[in-house]
Structure formats: structure tokens, C-alpha cells
Design a protein around this ligand. Structure first.
Ligand code: SPD
Length: 369
């Protein structure tokens, strides 16, 4: 009886082991990344070199990824949250597995200063490696703005938050990102307050200043402004700098180059953030995930992503492969005086503050106060 039981247990163990191995050998990686955030041939090259097929989905804002991860079993192997507050909060909640650095030798090439800043939010381990970095600024249509408001304060957040300015520009289309994590700090910077403070008192100040402006914004959206700015359908957009660089490039490439887009990091300062690569704790293909992250961090590969997306990376050796026009673009690699005005990502807030902010934002979005 005991022997039979032992045999049965041994068989069960073999079957489980075989199933697990089969799963480990499945040559697939499920990637969930921001839209327009990879070079055209990156995925194809990865598959060609490794034999691993990439299933690739995109999202437009951190909150969408956050909601997917929070419900569990997202099915994704590699995701790209912004370091703070999103990744910081998610890793604290145990949503990511430690990266297997033995399988990611290219991690050694990552800028140490960036690794040090990630370490501050990474719960004493390495659950993420940097992907791209960018500030949040303003993109505007030079001619449309000059026509709607000659002498507009183009170097300032006044373009988006000063009622006297927005009322003049609204006819050509003014838009905001659809996330309080970007809009509230920008408004606080415009008001001359500390943009990184996360208290209900400061939230109230920002929301009170925003409320009367709501009808003047054409929309709140974190992706649509790229093509609308390029096509001349809007004239001022709050945007992630790389996306604004893409809008400017599309406008330049369009027939007749009719829309002249400029990018500014407002003089009052702007938020800068690192988007990271992380592997959910329940990722179905962790080995393929490590191989994917290692491939992305290869200097020639990540350089091509920077060249095509307009976002800066954290791999110093990639500079050698960088397009000179991108390397010298002050919007992508800001000069020291602009850099000094950037403020880095918000620390994670308390869950109560998060809920209050989300509710306030939903009311603002729906124009109900
Ligand atoms: N299209 C890619 C957008 C990437 C934006 N990263 C978000 C940074 C948050 N501050």
C-alpha cells in the first residue's frame, strides 16, 4: 500500500515537473508597453535572434496598467510602469518578482546614477531596470498660437493654466494629459507652490484653479494629442516629451510641412520620470521575460528605440549609436539650466490620498464639481 502510494506520488511529481518544463520551454513573451514606445523592428529582431515570439499590447497611461496588475493574473511577462509613484507602490504590494540578473548581463551597462535612484523605490532588491526617461512638457503649434494670441507666454505653464491665456488659445485647441499625477504637479508649479507635495490641502488648491478651466480644454487624453498636434487639429498640448518629439517629426514629414511644432519645458519646472521594465510575480514566461529585458538593454537596440521614439535611455554605451539630431535635441537631453528646474517623480502617496485624488480627477474629467 505504502509502496503504491509512493509510486503514485512519484508519478504525480514527474507529471507536474514535465508540465512545468513544457511551460518554461514555451517560446513566447507577453509584453505590455506604452503606445509608440518601441522601434519599428525591435520585436522582429528579438524573435529572429532568440526564436521567442512576442505578443505585444499597448496602453496609454499608468492607471490602466495599474488596474490590470491589481486585479492579478494579467498574463503579462514584461510591463513598463513609471518608477514613481506607480512601480514603487506596485513593488511594495508584492506585484513583481526579483529580476534574475544572471540572465540579464546587459544590466551591467546601465548608468549607475539611474540604478541608484531606482534603488530608492525598489524594496531593497532589483525588481526593475530602466527603460526610457522623459520630462512632461508642452507642445505647441507656433503659427496657430501666434495667430490666436500674439506674444503668448510660450515658455510657461501659463499656456495651459492661466485663464486669460487659455481663453484666447481655446479656439485652436488646448489639451491636457488624462492623469492627475501629471496635471496636479504642473498646476502647482504654475502657481509657484511645491509641486511634489501631496496633501488634500494642495490638491484642493490645484483642483480649484483647474475647475473653471475645464470647459476650455478640448479634451483630456494621454495619446490622442500626438496625431492631433501633428495634423494641426489642436494647438497646445501637455505631453510626454518623446511623444511631442514624435508629433513634431510627423508634422515635418507630412506633405508640405504645414504644421510647425515647438516643444518647451516650462520655466517654472517640470516633472521627469523613469519608466522601468518589470516582470509580474505571476508572469507565465519568466525566462523569456529576462531574455527580452536583456535584449532591450543592448546598446545598439536601446539606441534605436531612442532614435525612433524621442525618449532618452539610461545606457551610456548607447550614445555611440545615437542619431546626432536626437543627441543634441534639448527637449530630449535638456541643457544644465533646464535640467536644474526638473523635479523628479512624486513619492507614493497614502492610499487615502490616492483615492481622494482619483475621485477629484474623475469629477474634473466629467466636468462635475
Ligand atoms: N508613448 C510613450 C509614453 C511614455 C510616457 N511615460 C510616462 C512618464 C510618466 N511621467
Amino acid at each position: 500500500m505504502t509502496v503504491r502510494l509512493l509510486v503514485r506520488l512519484a508519478l504525480a511529481a514527474v507529471v507536474t515537473f514535465a508540465a512545468a518544463s513544457a511551460r518554461a520551454e514555451e517560446k513566447v513573451v507577453n509584453v505590455y508597453n506604452w503606445s509608440d514606445y518601441i522601434a519599428k523592428d525591435t520585436l522582429e529582431k528579438f524573435t529572429r535572434e532568440t526564436g521567442i515570439t512576442v505578443k505585444y499590447d499597448t496602453y496609454g497611461e499608468n492607471e490602466i496598467l495599474d488596474a490590470k496588475l491589481m486585479t492579478g493574473k494579467s498574463g503579462y511577462d514584461v510591463v513598463f510602469p513609471s518608477a514613481s509613484p506607480f512601480f514603487a507602490r506596485q513593488v511594495k504590494a508584492g506585484l513583481y518578482q526579483p529580476l534574475d540578473l544572471a540572465k540579464i548581463p546587459n544590466a551591467k551597462g546601465v548608468d549607475k546614477a539611474v540604478m541608484d535612484s531606482l534603488a530608492k523605490v525598489d524594496q531593497g532588491g532589483v525588481h526593475a531596470l530602466p527603460y526610457m526617461m522623459a520630462a512632461t512638457g508642452i507642445g505647441y503649434n507656433v503659427d496657430a498660437v501666434a495667430k490666436a494670441m500674439p506674444g503668448a507666454p510660450v515658455d510657461s505653464w501659463r499656456m495651459l493654466f492661466d485663464p486669460a491665456v487659455v481663453s484666447k488659445l481655446k479656439s485652436c485647441g488646448v489639451t491636457l494629459l488624462d492623469t492627475p499625477v501629471e496635471v496636479i504637479p504642473a498646476m502647482l508649479a504654475y502657481l509657484g507652490r511645491d509641486p511634489t507635495v501631496q496633501t488634500t490641502a494642495e490638491l484642493d488648491v490645484a483642483m480649484k484653479a483647474l475647475a473653471p478651466l475645464r470647459p476650455d480644454y478640448r479634451y483630456l487624453h494621454s495619446e490622442k494629442y500626438r496625431s492631433d498636434l501633428a495634423n494641426g487639429d489642436i494647438c497646445v498640448a501637455q505631453g510626454y516629451v518623446g511623444d511631442l518629439v514624435q508629433a513634431r517629426a510627423r508634422a515635418r514629414e507630412a506633405a508640405g510641412h504645414k504644421q510647425n511644432i515647438a516643444i518647451v519645458i516650462p520655466k517654472e519646472g517640470a516633472l521627469v520620470n523613469i519608466d522601468v521594465m518589470a516582470v509580474p510575480v505571476d508572469a507565465p514566461h519568466p525566462d523569456a521575460a529576462m531574455a527580452f529585458i536583456n535584449f532591450i538593454l543592448r546598446p545598439d537596440i536601446i539606441a534605436e528605440i531612442t532614435n525612433q521614439t524621442g525618449y532618452a535611455n539610461a545606457v551610456p554605451a548607447a550614445l555611440a549609436y545615437g542619431d546626432p539630431a536626437i543627441r543634441s535635441d534639448p527637449a530630449i537631453y535638456p541643457p544644465p539650466d533646464v535640467k536644474a528646474k526638473l523635479f523628479s517623480a512624486l513619492p507614493p502617496a497614502t492610499p487615502t490620498f490616492d483615492r481622494t485624488r482619483t475621485r477629484a480627477w474623475s469629477r474634473f474629467r466629467a466636468d462635475r464639481f
